[in-house]
Design a protein around this ligand. Sequence first.
Ligand code: HEM
Length: 389
Amino acid sequence: MPDIAVSDVDLFGDDARIDPYPIYAELRALGPVVHMTRHGHYALPRYADVRAALMDWRTFSSAKSVFVDPQMNADLEGITLCSDPPDHTMMRNVLGRPLRPDRMREITPTIEAEADLVVDRIVAAGRFDAATELAQHLPMAVVSELVGLNEADRGKMLEWAEAIWDVQGPANQRFRDAMPQVEEFLAFAQNDAVPGRIDPDGWAAHLYQAADRGELPREKCPVMMLDYITPSLDTTILGITSMIALFARHPDQWDLLRADRSLIPHAINEALRMETSVPQFTRVLTDDHVIDGVALEKGSRVALLYGSANRDERKYPDPDRFDITRKPSDHLAFGRGEHVCVGMHLARLEMSALLERLADKVSRFEILAERPLINNGLRGLAHLEVRVS
Ligand code: HEM
């Protein structure tokens, strides 16, 4: 058996959060499995190995949580993301109901109307922050309404969600700074987002109604409510912002899309492949296991580097090139297998509604300024000032 490659790089340092791609390329070149000595776990940087791990939940378990810090992993065991079948199947069945493709068709007119509104507004302004003024609109206006929270509580959702993502990394300064907001968010889920204080027709209320029917234990409801908020806002907001930045840098690709709208779904996939907003989650081996010739012991924690897999030259020729005719529908930005993103139809719907309308009204995006988001669990741009013509 070959030795396991070793790296002392900190994937949670500022530089790596801003631009991890040169580091990912080094890790992919080192080997199929790299021992990340800083955080005491292993990493899979190559596409084929990440995909194989995602498709084998019995060996690559989520039940010991999917983050980095041991205490946080212990605290969050049993939430939807951090569970295996049959518990996972029970929670996901209920959680996924309002997010199914047929339910998406019902909300499409609302999403399209909101997309019209925001695109008209930013085009009239001519210059705007794509991250806050464009990308935030649909997730904030539509999703938070559908979840059924009070207007007053919605104001803090973005701040809370970003904090929860920050505690998904190691216990660095960002993690420590985020803890007070995380505690506030958990208390809100437990005490305030409960029947009587939420819209009885919203997604959150449906969780409690499912518990009343005996479909899941009631104590799961508060954390499952978080499943509608934490992963649904920044992920999509960052995805939309990255997409605008890519089209600004590649006007030829924007021209292609404007000339042929059937490219929209492929453009969304290509943007998510290029700028994966959730760069990694971890798994724990339930048995000794050989990955691409490298033996790992039962109990090893393994990071699945989605961001690296999506730029693997073994899978995607010339992987750093943004090419909307590539059609990379097998990218791993939404994961795969048992835990594949349950909100991906909604994310795609939001992204395509915006692209359709932008394609009608914008011939060029010009970047005036940008600032990266530095977060332990997410990647993308916090601000993207653009001018449109
Ligand atoms: C571009 C936007 C999005 C990206 C990149 C994204 C990414 C991901 C990824 C990578 C996973 C897999 C986790 C794993 O491997 O363990 C996941 C799961 C999940 N996503 Fe998304 N997501 C997005 C949008 C959304 C939206 C809009 C929602 C909800 C309304 C959502 C809800 C969830 C939930 C609840 C899970 C956990 C599923 C499970 O454990 O079975 N996501 N997402």
